[in-house]
Design a protein around this ligand. Structure first.
Ligand code: MG
Length: 165
């Protein structure tokens, strides 16, 4: 049995914050504003997995108001969502994601992002796609005021996990 899920996330970009995407800190003049490390890509993938499971969204599982999650590494949140999927008997088949960011260019960092995601998801890097787009100078993303990410995942039910991650 297969399940599909979609996720989307946006973070405002501000000076004095690191730009973190899939756990990779990318040299940039501005970084994501947020309660956690504002890793829009990890958040979009986590939401896609939760969506496939019909388990709500990231905000439900890791509330902004909860100091436990302040400045938390989003890869760890993603890891907990993957664990939840395993508890429900699902493993991840593949992920496809797009990051929308005007600057800097993300291409040099794509392989590191794919490797981090693959490791957390427990799948080979060949099943993790990360694409990068600018917004052609349009809207808040185009003005460099925001970063956004979209992700879609496919899950397969393999029965109750047997000690899997
Ligand atoms: Mg977010």
């Amino acid at each position: 049995m297969f399940r599909i899920g979609i996720g989307h996330d946006t973070h405002r970009l501000v000076e004095g914050r690191p730009l973190v995407l899939a756990g990779v800190t990318i040299p940039a003049e501005r970084g994501g504003e947020g309660h956690s490390d504002a890793d829009a890509l990890s958040h979009a993938i986590a939401d896609a997995i939760l969506g496939a499971l019909c388990e709500g969204d990231l905000g439900l599982h890791f509330p902004d108001q909860d100091p436990q999650w302040k400045d938390s590494e989003s890869l760890q949140l993603l890891s907990r969502v993957v664990w939840l999927a395993g508890e429900r008997g699902f493993h991840i088949v593949n992920v496809d994601a797009t990051v929308m960011l005007e600057t800097p260019k993300l291409r040099p960092h794509v392989i590191a992002m794919r490797e981090n995601i693959a490791e957390v998801l427990g799948i080979e890097v060949g099943r993790v796609s990360v694409k990068a787009k600018t917004n052609e100078g349009l809207d808040a993303i185009g003005r460099g005021e925001a970063v956004a990410a979209q992700a879609i995942v496919l899950l397969q039910n393999t029965g109750p996990s047997e000690g899997r991650g």
